[in-house]
Design a protein around this ligand. Structure first.
Ligand code: SF4
Length: 380
């Protein structure tokens, strides 16, 4: 296969648009180098080797698979639409339209249910990657390891070479590829994060926490923040996922709001999947809420549950996992990989819309096309 590029890589939410792909018999290589992006392109290029669809694991044609999926959805009492890991804006729009017609529950993820999303409760101070690169003199990475999950983040934030006038600090009690690159590290266990965020907030108001190891670390971090006029907090699932995650996220956004009285402070969220931001934005445009929305009452209702309801009987999983596709119960239908065989739009992790190209020909439909066909069959 010839080299192609420059194209946009959707291997993580950074959506780097300067990537050249060399897919030879020795494997896939990217320029600029990125092992995560190479793995993503390798998985997407391998998609076309699979059957167009399967029903109960047996190969099937797309029309039969659509008919079976529509039959399941017509009989569903409590359908759930979820996934979106590799979905485009167009895929998410079609999925939300289907959910609206079905009276389904929509969850723009595939794992832990977040509960009451902190962003919707308090809002957030945010900035684009370019603004952070040009303005932030201190970047605090909260318990994430972007060198593994978003390998070019530090380069995109301007930390590619020596940056004597800027500092990169990590809050983490682990040693990671990112802590190795950092100018400083603050260590405390993850289960003290809420206490630490509230402690920083109190310190911001002039109330020092009681002496102890955590107080020493918080004092050092407060001093670093006090010496910078533009600060960015980078956070992600390590802060806001799991039990108490949204309470911790809320504490971070409240801290940022308090700090912003004296300096410019912003946050940058690292989503756990590249399609999550697009799906959240589409759901917000179309329903007024993001994250988890229930269309069963006949109008969109925001869901603050921390677990899926136990009466879900049919699920539609959209572009999730390495094989992607649209999965309805035992029916899987292969889709063209957005960014390789199909074009589309995806929102970068800072909310900027980015176009995905289709550098290689493909024979499969997009998830958006399949979901629209399903909608036509379910509600002609
Ligand atoms: S950092 Fe992310 S978007 Fe950029 S090349 Fe690597 S995997 Fe792709």
């Amino acid at each position: 296969m010839p080299e192609f590029g420059p194209v946009t890589c959707a291997g993580c939410g950074l959506l780097c648009d300067d990537v050249t792909v060399d897919a030879s018999s020795d494997g896939v290589r990217l320029r600029p180098e990125c092992p995560l992006g190479a793995r993503w392109f390798s998985e997407q290029l391998g998609r076309s080797d699979a059957a167009p669809a399967t029903i109960d694991g047996e190969p099937a044609d797309v029309e039969s698979a659509l008919a079976r999926a529509a039959e399941l959805l017509r009989g569903a009492r409590r359908p759930l639409v979820h996934g979106f890991e590799g979905a485009t804006v167009e895929d998410a729009r079609a999925a939300v339209a289907l959910a609206d017609r079905l009276g389904a529950l929509v969850f723009t993820g595939d794992g832990v249910w977040p509960g009451a999303p902190a962003l919707a409760l308090r809002g957030a101070s945010t900035a684009t990657l370019g603004e952070i690169r040009d303005r932030s003199s201190l970047v605090v990475i909260w318990r994430e390891d972007p060198q593994s999950t978003h390998p070019r983040l530090l380069e995109r934030l301007g930390f590619a070479g020596a940056t004597p006038e800027r500092a990169l600090v990590v809050v983490d009690d682990r040693d990671t590829a990112t802590t190795w690159r950092a100018d400083g590290q603050h260590r405390w266990p993850r289960d003290l994060d809420l206490e630490a965020l509230i402690g920083l907030h109190l310190w911001q108001k002039g109330v020092a926490p009681p002496a102890g190891n955590l107080a020493t670390e918080l004092g050092r971090l407060t001093e670093r923040v006090a010496s910078a006029m533009h600060v960015t907090f980078v956070y992600g699932p390590a802060l806001n996922a799991g039990a108490g995650g949204q309470r911790r996220a809320l504490a971070l956004h409240e801290l940022v709001r308090a700090m912003s009285h004296e300096r410019h402070v912003v946050t940058l969220e690292l989503p756990d999947a590249p399609g999550s931001r697009s799906a959240d934005d589409v759901l917000a445009w179309q329903s007024g809420y993001s994250g988890q929305v229930d269309f069963a009452p006949g109008h969109p209702e925001w869901v603050t549950a921390t677990e899926p309801p136990d009466d879900v009987d049919v699920t539609v999983r959209v572009e999730s996992g390495p094989a992607g596709g649209v999965v309805t119960g035992p029916v899987w239908i292969r889709t063209a990989a957005a960014g390789v065989q199909a074009s589309g739009t995806v929102h970068r992790l800072d909310g900027v819309p980015i176009a995905l190209q289709a550098p290689l020909p493909g024979d499969a439909p997009t998830a958006a096309t399949l979901l629209r066909a399903l909608l036509a069959k379910v509600a002609p």
